[in-house]
Design a protein around this ligand. Structure first.
Ligand code: K1U
Ligand code: ZN
Length: 174
């Protein structure tokens, strides 16, 4: 297994729609395992393939406290279960240090394939519902700050640049 470098915003790979997975190979299983290891190490609760530079429709998620409930979703398709919306704070491993409130459907139905290509589906709520929507956005070339107004997005991007500059300055001073 391997820890992979995480692509950082505004890399073009984060704004490119991903292609469906058509072959369920050993290489795909290794990639999923590497993505999981990268997510746990970060640490994060989810990771989408474009975040490690692979433009394919695969995400890994583990929202459990114990970090023992790894879920792999291949070619996921989401649909809202009802009309309820929930506003929650989101972060992203590709925009580290930035947290913003995003409003999304509170309950979603997911239909996806597993690493063998077998189709499964169920309803998601809570952090899982938020996380799977955030990760599926990545597969469509969307990052969470794209959900903000133009003004809030540009302020968020400016804050990110400032944080990165400060971090680089600190690293240089060490
Ligand atoms: O896509 C990503 O970069 C992963 C992202 C997923 C996510 C978090 C919160 C709301 C929606 C989606 C993260 O995991 S960011 C890190 C984070 O928020 C976190 C890290 C450890 C424990 C709990 C949360
Ligand atoms: Zn993200």
């Amino acid at each position: 297994m391997a820890i992979l470098p995480i692509v950082q915003y505004p890399d073009a790979r984060l704004s490119t729609p991903c292609k469906p997975v058509t072959e369920f190979t050993e290489e795909l299983k290794t990639l999923a395992a590497d993505m999981a290891e990268t997510m746990y190490k970060a640490p994060g609760v989810g990771l989408a393939a474009p975040q490690i530079g692979r433009l394919i429709r695969m995400v890994v998620i583990d929202v459990s406290e114990e970090k023992n409930d790894l879920r792999v979703f291949i070619n996921p398709v989401l649909s809202p279960v009802d009309e309820e919306l929930i506003e929650g704070e989101e972060g992203c491993l590709s925009l580290p240090g930035l947290y913003e409130k995003v409003k999304r459907p509170a309950h979603v139905h997911v239909k996806a394939q597993d690493l063998e290509g077998k189709v499964f589906e169920y309803d998601c709520d809570g952090l899982l519902a938020v996380c799977i929507q955030h990760e599926c956005d990545h597969l469509d070339g969307v990052v969470f700050i794209d959900h903000l107004s133009r003004l809030k997005k540009s302020r968020a991007a400016a804050r990110l640049t400032k944080m990165r500059r400060e971090k680089a300055r600190e690293a240089k001073a060490e």
